[in-house]
Design a protein. Sequence first.
Length: 662
Amino acid sequence: MMSSSLSEKNPEDKSKKLFRFKSFRSRIIAFILLLIVPIQFALFITIRNANITTARANIDEALQVTAEVFFNAIEQRRDSLLSKVRALSSDYAFKPAANTNEHKTVLSTLLSYQHRAGADVMLLLTIEGDIIADTKHPELTASKFYLPELIEQAKNSDYGEADLIGFIDKQPYLLVAVPLFSPEASHWIVTGFIITDEFAKNLQRTTKSDVSLLFKTKPIASTDTYWQQLASTLPITARKNSERMLSMQPLIFDRNFDLVLADKNYISVALVIRENNRGYFIALLQRSLGQALAPYQELHFIVASVFVIALILLISGGTFIARKITNPVTILAEGAGKIEQGQYDLHIKVDQKDELGLLAQRFNAMAKGLAERAKVRSLLGKVVSPAIAEQLINKGVELGGEDRQATILFCDIRNFTRLCEAHTAKQVITLLNKLLTRLSGVIDQHHGVIDKYIGDAVMALFGVPIIDEKQAENAVYAALAMQHELNIINQELAERHLPEIGLGIGVNSASIVAGNMGSETRLNYTVIGDGVNLSSRLEGLTKYYGVEVLVSQATKGLCPEIFFQEIDTVRVKGKMQGLTVFQPLGEKKSISSEELKRTSLFNQMLDLYKKQQWHSALIILEQLTVEFPKVLYYQVYKQRIIGYQGKDFDPDWDPIFTHIQK
């Protein structure tokens, strides 16, 4: 079922591909050709058909006239023959010789008269129809005439004369019979001409048509009729096909029909000349349709030449018009491609005064406007984050803000003052720019937006102005990547014999207000809210606990794939509620067993610490500080517990540590 449905769709797909153009120029040329060519072709066919119709009508009319001329020509030949025989029957010199009935005398006389009359055969018969002498058969005498029907017709005619077309020795003859009076009718004089191609050609000169004389037998019982070619003016190849082609189609006399002979069409008419008991003597008058159309061939050639010339002019003109349209469009398309790639500094030149020229002017104006806008975007992107610059450009610069969920990252470079002691102010600025560029690049890679630089500190936003469903994870991953980048920076500083620097990063997720803030003449896109301040407080606590990154519980809850170490529950300055802070250690799947063991021990210590089990907590801390002496918050808890050891257990004790400094 599926294959059949696909096969049904294939023709439609092929037709669509067939009429799919790769260029607008091809479409214009195809449209012009499809519009004009059918009209010209239809005009050519109409003219050709009209010429064929006219030629056929002329042939039909000519053949009808030719039929009358043909019969007149046959009558004239018969009358000419009769007049010669009548003259012989009235010749007083012939009568004594005929009345002798002596074979040799009569034969000699007939041969003499036959030569003078230009006949092909001459006979003298008795009144009963017996042959006295026959120039065709000199030895024949005292025999019955082999064409008795001629004598019968003569006997039954008013004037005792008759004519027919008959076969003598299987050859067709036009024969006439006239009585010889001496003074009563005593003999029959029979004279005839053989029917040959020359006979047909003489008729052709009179009728101006091809003439074929044929004999068609009458059917006997179920026996088929056949045709016999007697004489013809047709070419040999056409003559050979005529008998077969005539036998293959029904024939209606005195009505025109088409007959294809040797791949040529002849318009024909069949006329019955004579009829006997064996069949019909038929004259086939024909005119070649090709020859009749010959005078129109020049007209067809002229029309076809005009058609070809017009087609060439159409293609040339269509190509010229299409080029005048598509060349500017191609130039504009190339310019649009360059603008798409950020190449705004271009000028399109179209030497036309029409709509395309106007379009080129507007295109150049647009490119100029885009170039100016790109400059503004570039300059603005260097002052603020590109994302913020994009929003300012697209949404406009207006005062106001909106409530958004965001993650704020504060980063401060540690020990930067010491790094700058041996450098000039200009060198310090250059060094700071390089550091901030690399740290900002890490933030950009994790979909963060630089809000501002505060000296050697950076404030970055995640989730604003661009909405980010993974803003918290991206912020924490950015903080971890900044630590990795810091290690590379410190290696480079060590190679230059410069002191190392450190980072303090605070990350918090909260609902804040984001927007353009300031005055109507000077705006700054930023975020405000308690969550922003908390991020700054967390960054400050990193120095106290000796860690590079601290995140709030809100941020940790949004990062299920990251492994965190709980550090402390604190109350930052300006806050009454406690806040649990965490240190991100990396992806859960990449945490080592040693790291898991260490965090597990510290979590046990925190649990004992919150239960005021100072001694047990201190034992774990002693173990951790021995193994990891550089971890500062181990020392912090150790000193804190030592301070608490002398105090009795207090059920109302608050484990939240209050920081009095920012």
